[in-house]
Write a protein that binds this ligand. Structure first.
Ligand code: FAD
Length: 317
């Protein structure tokens, strides 16, 4: 079933979460161990992130550096199929513009369609670590809205080979990313919303937000989206803070601010066990307020650790 169908059917706020594929060489059981404790909260779908290739440098015995391209977390498509089979749950694979030609995208969509996956989260992806700015493949997409357009085209039976006759239509619900605190490359908050509207006009069915720690930022973002004519569901994304290092990692990596009260509570903690507790309590307050406001679902970023999300879900769902 599609995410949008689950939302339309639901009488209350839904619980969802995303997982990362295991690092190459690790077992799929590692992610079952993350998922198992979260299944009691009845997620109608589970997102599986996509991780593009990285360039690494290996020092050779002669002192020179060898450049290698590696994919550290492959397996998104296979994991989605395995989860649907094992847990009888819908899955949402993330797909990127980065690293994909249009033909790679088409082939991946065909695989997902054959596997009975009916949802895609369509994203641009970040630039490679050795690039200053995002660069698409020679025959790839520059922006997520272009990827959305390709997926919508296949939903209408349009494949890259225009000579195909009576081609089968896929039926994917398409999610896209939204940024309550602005995407870091966007020139202004309003322009970012204009670009988000373009993604929706290209065929996106719903939005999932970047994580945030101040609900007011989400509520303001939703108001600005509605004022700009965006009418699709906007699912808030939450991640409980769990370590002191997160105080610098989260703003650096996700380009979000932390409220002063949360920062102070974390700074005052004796150890990371205490930080985890602060993160769970903050997450409970955030999730309760969002649920009371009638959000369609709350999406948790698990980052491979289920225990703090279980702590929040027990109080809220
Ligand atoms: P876009 O919507 O294409 O926007 C990228 C930038 O371009 C923005 O600054 C936007 O304002 C600007 N822009 C858009 N349209 C135009 C235009 N027409 N002209 C000029 N500028 C324009 N990354 C991963 O690698 N794997 C994942 O699995 C993953 N999952 C994510 C899940 C969620 C819910 C979120 C919020 C992010 C996720 N990301 C993931 C990160 C995401 O790939 C990055 O944030 C990326 O930098 C932007 O992706 P986007 O899809 O929002 O891009």
């Amino acid at each position: 079933m599609k995410v949008t169908e689950h939302i339309n059917k639901a009488k209350d706020t839904l619980f969802s979460f995303e997982i990362l594929p295991p690092l190459k060489g690790q077992k799929i059981e590692d992610i079952y161990n993350v998922i198992d404790p979260l299944m009691e909260f009845n997620p109608p779908w589970i997102n599986v992130t996509y991780h593009r290739e990285e360039v690494i440098y290996k020092r050779l015995p002669n002192g020179l550096l060898e450049q290698k391209t590696v994919r550290k977390r492959p397996g998104t498509v296979g994991i989605c199929a395995a989860l649907q089979y094992r847990y009888k749950v819908d899955t949402v694979p993330h797909m990127l513009c980065g690293g994909f030609s249009k033909e790679d995208t088409e082939n991946a969509l065909i695989d997902l369609d054959f596997l009975g996956v009916q949802n895609i989260m369509a994203l641009r992806g970040d630039s490679m670590k050795n690039e200053r700015f995002f660069a698409p493949e020679a025959d790839g997409h520059q922006f997520a809205k272009d990827l959305v357009g390709q997926i919508r085209g296949m939903n209408e039976g349009q494949y890259l080979d225009e000579d195909l006759k009576n081609s089968s239509k896929t039926d994917f619900a398409i999610g896209v990313a939204g940024y309550p605190e602005k995407h870091f490359e966007a020139p202004s908050p309003n322009q970012d919303i204009e670009y988000l509207k373009e993604k929706v006009d290209s065929g996106a069915d719903y939005i999932v937000t970047q994580l945030f720690f101040d609900n007011q930022k989400y509520f303001d973002f939703v108001d600005r989206c509605r004022a700009a004519g965006i009418t699709v569901p906007i699912i808030p994304g939450l991640k409980p803070i769990a370590t002191k290092q997160h105080l610098s990692f989260l703003p650096h990596f996700f380009k979000v601010d932390l409220p002063d009260a949360l920062v102070k509570a974390v700074v005052d903690c004796k150890d990371n066990a205490a930080v985890r507790q602060v993160g769970v309590e903050w997450g409970i307050q955030q999730a309760k307020e969002l649920k009371a406001a009638g959000v369609p679902a709350i999406h948790f970023y698990s980052m491979g650790r289920p225990d703090n999300i279980v702590g929040i879900a027990q109080e809220v769902f």
